[in-house]
Ligand binder design. Structure first.
Ligand code: 2HA
Ligand code: ZN
Length: 269
């Protein structure tokens, strides 16, 4: 099977996956990534190439014809960099928006990530708000999980707490963080619920499970999760000691103004 994806694109994807593993965000087969491929990311996709086709079980007509580089179901992040062909693959959504085909990788019968419903529904939702959107990233960073046990899960309150943990947060995710109730993962229901949130924010927390981040490229999605995870880490360090002071609402407003971002107004006191 000839590669149909540019080496540099595959390499960057695998390096980011490896970095996520090194950060401890992707134990065992935890986490998954999908990257919407552009025309020039792809080499010739031969019509005659043997492909495997599967039913999605839901409809994403907005994505028909599009190609995605995705991690494989049950695949360990620690193995992605050394063996991409078995652990990741390229899929194409078919014209009907209800089936996909595997056009490269996912060797030996592997399938795309179990969270494919959330990935595809998130791509469809984000593309509506941002035509440059390309990446959906899911992982299990320890501090974002930890904070979901000890902090109220109300979106306004959690977003404010994260913003106040370090000065860059309100600049990096001015729209705050979306939060779902605890739901069964790997289903189209959690996919639809996540996509509803992700329309107007790029980070959605699955309490006691993990985080979804999106972006225009792999760096942006990674940086978003990295920043939220740092804020959660600081909270988990200081909350047990008692918080004596933090960034005021005026301080947040000043940061937003200086860096030309527009945080959600209703999140301010
Ligand atoms: O196993 O992270 O949410 C991969 C996952 C499922
Ligand atoms: Zn997960």
């Amino acid at each position: 099977m000839e590669s149909i994806i540019k080496e540099a694109v595959l390499e960057q994807f695998c390096s980011i996956a490896d970095l996520m593993y090194q950060k401890g965000w992707d134990e065992r087969n935890g986490g998954n990534i999908s990257l919407l491929l552009r025309g020039d990311d792809l080499l010739n996709v031969g019509e005659s190439e043997r492909t495997r086709e599967y039913e999605l079980g839901y409809r994403v007509p907005e994505l028909s014809g599009k190609f995605f580089l995705v991690t494989g179901s049950g695949k360990y992040f620690k193995n992605i960099k050394t063996n991409p062909k078995e652990n990741v693959g390229v899929i194409q959504i078919l014209e009907d928006g209800e089936h996909y085909r595997i056009v490269w990788g996912l060797a030996n019968g592997a399938k795309p990530t179990s969270e494919l419903p959330t990935h595809l529904m998130n791509h469809a939702a984000r593309l509506k708000s941002d035509p440059d959107h390309r990446v959906v990233m899911h992982c299990h960073p320890a501090n974002l999980l930890a904070i979901s046990f000890v902090h109220p899960l109300e979106e306004r309150e959690l977003s404010r707490t994260l913003w106040k943990m370090c000065a860059e947060c309100v600049i990096v995710f001015p729209e705050g963080i979306g939060v779902l109730p605890f739901m069964l993962c790997g289903t189209k229901e959690i996919g639809a619920a996540t996509a509803q949130k992700i329309t107007d924010c790029r980070l959605v927390l699955w309490p006691h499970h993990g985080i979804f981040g999106t972006g225009k490229d792999l760096d942006e999605a990674f940086g978003l999760i990295e920043t939220a995870e740092k804020a959660a880490e600081i909270y988990m360090k200081i909350a047990p000691l008692g918080i004596r002071q933090s960034i005021s609402d005026d301080g947040l407003r000043e940061l937003a103004e200086a860096f030309h971002v527009q945080p959600k107004k209703e999140y301010f006191d």
